[in-house]
Design a protein around this ligand. Structure first.
Ligand code: GDP
Length: 281
């Protein structure tokens, strides 16, 4: 599920290149917010490993405009898919989680042990908390039904297939589009949200797909989520200046401090990932 999405497309390609037989449920055939569709999907297409990469998500903007849709769709998709997976005797459930699940006010890199150490950042709580509930469900399902699963935590992805819709996009795609449009329109300036101070981690989507595939093979601890990332933080200001330099656009950058910054820092600690994935980085 979710294999037709941004990350999913790359994950499918990777799995297929290693000879795996992959089924990609499409939303028009299987509305995964209903248990009925989730069950039909896994019964009609039995699988050993179920990758739940489906999400209704987006950048900081959609978290403000559609918190209820984010909350409802992600919560029920996760709950229903895991229930369907155990009913269909799936061997391993790979849940794709998010760094938005981490406490939003911690300093330093985000460690798996700290997942429950505080509240999510208010700007992303509806997305972050629902994905985090899959980690709770996973432990209950392991105890009661013996379902094996892992919970992988990702940060900001970028690369081919990303959403450039300004209502949905994350910062990398948003800036690329803004700069392209500003250059085409010969605009005198381009506007960037917030103060530029927040620090984020960015991972190329194909690298992320590689790591997920490896983790599905090598990681088995249902009780402990696993971060997947680079561990490298970049400020929004640095990112903006990089986009500005490579674009060749000569206009001005205007910071709109009325727009939200979100969490001050969202960078993963990837120590465990490097151990588990045998040095992959
Ligand atoms: P986040 O990682 O969940 O906060 O999601 P985003 O990728 O949407 O935003 C990351 C940071 O980039 C936030 O501090 C935003 O304020 C900042 N940012 C600056 N300009 C933009 C923009 O045009 N679109 C988005 N989505 N974020 C922007």
């Amino acid at each position: 599920p979710g294999s037709a999405g941004f990350l999913g497309q790359h994950l499918v390609k990777r799995l297929q290149s290693f000879g795996a037989e992959v089924f990609v449920p499409r939303q028009r055939d299987y509305n995964l917010t209903t248990l009925d569709a989730c069950l039909r999907c896994v019964l009609e297409h039995p699988c050993d490993i179920l990758f739940h990469a489906a999400a209704y998500y987006g950048g900081i903007g959609i978290n403000q405009t559609q918190p209820a849709t984010l909350y409802y769709s992600n919560l029920v998709m996760g709950a229903n898919l895991m229930e369907a997976a155990r009913l269909a005797d799936v061997k391993k459930f790979v849940a794709i989680g998010t760094a938005c699940s981490y406490p939003g006010y911690l300093e330093g890199h985000l460690k798996e042990d700290d997942l429950w150490a505080g509240p999510c950042h208010a700007s992303v709580v509806n997305y972050g908390l629902t994905k985090k509930m899959m980690a709770v469900q996973a432990q209950a399902y392991k105890r009661q039904y013996g379902l094996d699963s892992i919970h992988l935590i990702l940060t900001n992805l970028y690369g081919p297939g990303d959403s450039y819709n300004p209502d949905r996009s994350h910062v990398v795609a948003a800036l690329v589009r803004k700069w392209v449009e500003a250059e085409q329109a010969k605009a005198p300036s381009v506007e960037v949200w917030g103060t530029g101070k927040p620090i984020r981690e960015f991972i190329y989507v194909e690298d992320c797909a590689d790591a997920i595939m490896l983790a599905a093979e090598l990681y088995n601890d249902t009780a402990m989520p696993l971060n997947i990332g680079t561990g490298i933080g970049t400020s929004i200001r640095e990112l903006t200046e990089t986009v500005h330099e490579v674009s060749g656009y000569k206009g001005k950058i205007v910071w709109d401090a009325d727009k939200p910054d979100g969490a001050a820092k969202k960078v993963l600690d990837v120590t465990r990932m490097k151990q588990v994935l045998d040095g992959w980085s």
